[in-house]
Every structure is written in C-alpha cells, then in structure tokens.
Design a protein around this ligand. Structure first.
Ligand code: KG4
Ligand code: ZN
Length: 353
C-alpha cells in the first residue's frame, strides 16, 4: 500500500463510538471518540441496548465529520476497517454494517478488525516506539492487555500471529478496579477515581492480598482482591483516610502483581524486544511505573501508547486495517461480527472461521 493511502476506521464494540482517518505512514488525518459515559452512568455499567442505540445515533455523523476534517471523499480512501468483534453484538453490527455499506457503495476493500488485534498492533504505529525518535517496536513483543473486559499476556509475533501466554482466571483487571471503586463509594467507571483517591492514601496501613504473586506462569486472578477490599471496607470506620488507604493498598497490590506477572511472561518469551501495555488500565500511573520497572529488570523498554490510544479508539482500528490490507487480507462484506473472537483465532493468511 502506498504510504499516502488513507483508511477509514470505525470502533463501536463497547461504550466508545469512534471514527478516524489514518494514512498508511501513520499520520492521523482526523479522529474523534465519543464516550457514552453519561448514558450508562445511571446504571453503574454499560447497558448493551443503550450502547447499540447510541452508536446508531452518532456513528454516521462522526464518520462524516472525520472525512470532512481529513479533506477526503470516500472514493479517495484505500479501504474501510471496522471492529467486528469481540464485543457487544449490537454495537458490532452497527459499526461493521456501516463500514461494509461505505465499502460496497464505493468499491473499497473492507477489513473486519479484531478489537484485541487493534490494541495489540497500536504499539507498531510509527512514533509510538520505545523512544519517540526510535523506529517502531519490532516483533516479537509481549503485550499486556489490561482493560475492563480483558486481562491477558500475549506474545505478538507478527500481524495475525498471536499466542496467549496467560489470562485471568476470573475478573479482568479493569473490572476489579471498577468493582473495588464501587465498594469505596466512587462513581463508575471507577479506575480513574480510584487512582485519584489512592494518591491521598497510605498503601501500607491496611495491606491487601497479592493474588498469584510468584506463582509459575502469567495468569491473573482478581476476584479475591476485590473480596478483600469488601472486607476491609466493612471492617473500617469508613473515614475518608480509611477509604484512601484501602484504595492505595488495592492499587499497590495490582501494580506489584502485574509487574510479577509481566516478568514471568517475559521469561516465557525470551525473544521479546519490548513490553507493551494497552487497554484502559494502562492509563494508571502506578501500573505504568511498576511495569516500566519490570521491563527494565529484563533489560527491555516499556512501550505505553499515549492514554487516548490505550483506551478504545478508531485510530487503532484503522491501523490494524492498514496492516492487514498491506498483507492483502481484506474480508468479504458477508463477514459476520463475532461477540467472542479470541486472538488465537486470527491466522496470518486470513481470519479463521
Ligand atoms: O480499554 P478500555 O477503555 O475499555 C474496555 O474495557 O475495552 O478500559 C476501560 C477500563 C475500565 O475498567 C476503567 O476503570 C479502567 O479501564 N481504567 C483505569 C484507569 N482509567 C481507566 N483503571 C485504573 N486506573 C486508571 N487511571
Ligand atoms: Zn478495548
């Protein structure tokens, strides 16, 4: 693909409605992310039907907006990429159907993007690499995907070539943040609020467990930690300082465990060139610092994309589309969205059924 070619990316798998136009050289021509926080916060979590309706209401307008900002007409695009799974099926149908419609109407190739692959490949976007002026990160690298729905260690060996080294046995780490935040009386989504509260706290006064610390492999388990938060909250007097101390202890436990799991995972992938972190929890400064320490202990850089590219966005979807189109991996417009779609289901020579 010519480096000046541009791809339209669409993201609608959860509660962010996003569109972007990205050039194959990595230049972002236009991007927009609309959060549905307001729609879902009265319910304390994402309501699938409300999410699908909101995507339907907003995505077409956002697409028109990014195309106008990029100064392009549809026939000038090199392709359209839309998230086709995993995620909430209503939103996936809205985004991928719109993407297919645009592709069909203008005779463009369509790419059905796996949302996890999009997170995984963000680190290869030019300019994201280990140092700002450095070349992009090289394969293989270790990806820690830390979001509200996923908690995995993945060996990224190439486009379409992923090996899951470890995963959570129960909750995703973002879910643990959200549930613990709720127990501490914080608003949803709890991660950012818990991080702020933890800054006022003493992490050593009310110690919490560190699940699977030192255990072989790189699986995770967070539900026991969340239960420990519930006990600590009910045993405490409930002062502001108690809540801050519990938040600080929770965050410290998560950071220590993540660093330990990352070291184990890096030992399982000796050829790794970097530790890459993605997903909303990667926005957490305590988590980032702990992971940077773990990577440094193995003599590797930590690659953490800017927060807006760690959380759900359409730039990463367009980029995954560009990487696939470069390999000639367009999809048929009959491709059905998949609410469950593990990364191992991706094959280098196309998308496995
Ligand atoms: O990747 P993401 O935007 O959406 C998906 O789940 O796909 O991740 C959202 C998750 C939520 O659980 C949220 O609480 C968490 O990321 N999160 C954080 C922070 N910012 C977002 N967790 C801890 N610290 C943060 N600063
Ligand atoms: Zn995501």
């Amino acid at each position: 693909m010519d480096s000046g070619a541009a791809v339209l990316g669409l993201e609608s798998s959860c509660d962010e409605t996003a569109a972007a136009v990205l050039r194959a050289d990595g230049t972002i021509l236009a991007e927009v992310v609309l959060s549905q926080l307001k729609e879902h916060s009265p319910y304390g979590g994402v309501v699938p039907e409300i999410a699908a309706r909101a995507h339907l209401d907003h995505l077409p307008r956002l697409v028109a907006q990014v195309m106008a900002e990029a100064g392009l007409d549809y026939p000038q695009l090199a392709g359209v990429a839309a998230t086709a799974g995993p995620g909430l099926i209503g939103g996936l149908i809205v985004g991928s159907t719109l993407g297919k419609g645009i592709a069909l109407a203008h005779g463009l190739p369509f790419v059905a993007v796996n949302h996890l692959e999009a997170h995984a490949l963000t680190a290869t976007l030019p300019g994201i690499g280990p140092g700002e002026m450095d070349a992009p990160v090289r394969f293989p690298y270790l990806l820690l995907l830390l979001s509200g729905g996923h908690c995995q260690c993945v060996a990224v060996e190439g486009v379409g070539r992923y090996r899951r080294l470890g995963t959570t046995l129960d909750d995703a780490v973002g879910e643990a943040f959200d549930k613990s935040a709720k127990l501490l009386g914080l608003p949803w989504p709890g991660g950012p609020a818990l991080e702020r509260l933890a800054r006022q706290g003493d992490a050593t006064r009310i110690p919490l467990p560190r699940p699977l610390l030192g255990r072989a492999g790189c699986d995770f388990s967070w539900s026991g930690l969340k239960t420990a938060v519930a006990h600590a909250v009910s045993r405490s007097a409930g002062t502001e300082q108690d809540r801050a101390d519990i938040a600080a202890a929770f965050q410290a436990s998560v950071a220590v465990v993540l660093a330990d799991r990352a070291r184990h995972a890096l030992d399982m992938l000796p050829a790794a060139t970097a530790l890459v972190v993605a997903g909303g929890v990667a926005a957490n400064q305590g988590v980032r610092a702990a992971l940077a320490g773990a990577a440094a202990q193995r003599g590797l850089p930590l690659v953490a994309p800017p927060v807006r590219l760690c959380t759900d966005n359409a730039v990463m979807v367009a980029w995954a589309g560009i990487e696939r189109l470069r390999l000639g991996l367009a999809d048929a417009v009959g491709h059905a969205p998949r609410p469950r779609w593990p990364l191992e289901g991706m094959a280098a020579k196309g998308i496995a059924a």
